[in-house]
Design a protein around this ligand. Structure first.
Ligand code: SF4
Length: 310
């Protein structure tokens, strides 16, 4: 953890992220309760199209919080599912950087097992986290006034306001929020604001060994992300997840023509869900494909005489 991440030495600009860590360590946040619990939120099936607008507060309650500071920046993400090989280093880095407890995740790589045209198994890795939606349902649903836009349009939580109501979690179409079991407060990706303010990449980006995660300022036309986005768009390789929800996510996913987003979206968590250890489904492939029945890729050697040539 960098020196500037120590809570007692934090700059004021880092207050939100640091406040959460302080709450988690001291347990004081448990006293911040007061509004209705998650159980009191009416549970309705998530709409296939659109968002849980039944959870939204009146616009005057969230209009200002939906407006990003006028800093000229627009932070965004490109996630390349073609490069991710499922090492989960991004999750580990995120957990370490943000003191995420066992069983909870700010980001998670979801697996999707599928078959290639030749019948062999393929596993698609989809790194997921908050999409930092421009029209964020979590902000509209927050009754505490805690969810808001921060620097570069990043969606943030104010930990002096969040009471763990969990309607943000119920409204998020990407399952990107969990309620911390000790602090009883909403936790989500905050774009590693404490690092970005110091001109560093988010911890997950700096850790990914396959360069599958790119973060940056989309308003800077010379930034790495802007140039990459233009190139991938010209190739027709970029998609947004659950675009029909119309939340205007600030995350774009590079996919292959064989495995477009539509082929794996049903695997991704949605409204009312959070990332969960069972979501890995690491054994699914093993169950569906006996070890000696695996078909080698074209050009791949096969040392097993029983299956050689299959
Ligand atoms: Fe909010 Fe979920 Fe959108 Fe993130 S992905 S901004 S948590 S609605």
């Amino acid at each position: 953890m960098p020196e500037d991440n120590k809570p007692d030495e934090a700059e004021p600009d880092h207050a939100d992220a640091v406040d959460r860590r302080r709450f988690l360590k001291t347990g004081l946040a448990a006293a911040a309760g007061g509004l209705a619990s998650a159980d009191a939120v009416a549970q309705q099936p998530p709409p296939a199209d659109g968002v849980r607008s039944d959870l939204f507060m009146p616009e005057e309650h969230w209009r200002e919080r939906m407006t990003a500071p006028d800093d000229g920046k627009a932070y965004g993400w490109i996630v390349d599912t073609r490069k991710c090989f499922g090492c989960h280093a991004c999750e580990v880095a995120c957990k370490s950087e943000n003191d995420v407890p066992l069983g909870n995740f700010i980001r998670q790589t979801i697996y999707h097992d599928t078959q290639r045209a030749n019948g062999s198994q393929a596993r698609i890795m989809v790194p997921m986290s908050c999409q930092h939606c421009e029209d964020a349902p979590c902000i509209k649903a927050c009754p505490c006034g805690a969810l808001h836009k921060g620097a570069g349009g990043s969606v943030q939580v104010s930990y002096d306001k969040c009471s763990g109501h969990a309607s943000c979690k119920d409204a998020c179409p990407y399952g990107a929020i969990y309620i911390d079991p000790v602090a009883n407060q909403a936790v989500k990706c905050h774009n590693c604001t404490h690092r970005v303010d110091e001109h560093m990449d988010p911890a997950c980006v700096a850790t990914c060994p396959s360069d599958a995660l790119t973060f940056g300022d989309l308003n800077d036309h010379d930034s790495k992300i802007s140039r990459m986005k233009a190139e991938l768009e010209s190739e027709g390789a970029l998609e947004q997840l659950r675009a029909q929800k119309d939340t205007k996510p600030r995350a774009w996913y590079a996919t292959s023509a064989d495995h477009p987003a539509a082929s794996f979206e049903s695997k991704l968590p949605g409204e009312g869900q959070s990332y969960h250890p069972d979501a890995y489904s690491v054994y699914e492939w093993q169950q569906t494909t006996p070890p000696h029945d695996r078909v080698p890729h074209p050009g791949e050697s096969n040392d097993d005489p029983e299956t050689e040539g299959r």
